[in-house]
Ligand binder design. Structure first.
Ligand code: 4NP
Length: 153
């Protein structure tokens, strides 16, 4: 089984989009039994008294137009314990990789990679919370996920 955790800063835009899209792709391919998929944040901005915020409205609208529901997804923080539970921490940008390695410790450093490396690219998935370009984030994430699935055939 592939145990994959997507990581971004807030866990309300990019990493939940990656989580929900990969789950949808895997289900359509009939491979859901082969995967454990989750997402989390390196910052606590969107978790209040232990309760996570839902997926950000514009991301939810974009995904729902593509037939992907965000119901039930709530932000959670990445913790050291996740290091024992997941094989791969696919981060949206360089700072996520740095922060994930800090949270997960040296022994898990090699499990932390940028998602776009699976598309053969060196770049980051820019944060649409700041850029407001939700489609660019979607296109980047989709390319990364397609490369990821090909590598896990
Ligand atoms: P994300 O975007 O890392 O793609 O979920 C962000 C969403 C919210 C915040 C930061 C980044 N925030 O600071 O609230």
């Amino acid at each position: 089984m592939y145990k994959i955790m997507f990581v971004c800063l807030g866990n309300i835009c990019r990493s939940p989009m990656a989580e929900l899209l990969l789950r949808d792709m895997v289900e359509k391919a009939g491979r859901e039994k082969d995967f454990l998929i989750a997402s989390s944040a390196t910052s606590g901005e969107n978790v209040f008294n232990g309760v996570g915020a839902p997926v950000y409205g514009p991301i939810r609208d974009l995904l729902e137009k593509k037939g992907v529901s965000c119901v039930g997804k709530r932000a959670q923080m990445l913790t050291a314990k996740h290091g024992d539970e997941f094989d791969l921490f696919l981060c949206m940008d360089e700072s996520n990789v740095r922060n994930a390695r800090r949270i997960l410790g040296e022994k898990n450093a090699d499990k932390c990679k940028k998602l776009l490396s699976y598309a053969g690219e060196k770049g980051d998935v820019a944060d649409p919370w700041f850029t407001r370009d939700f489609n660019a984030a979607y296109e980047d994430i989709k390319r990364g996920l397609e490369g990821l699935l090909q590598s896990l055939q």
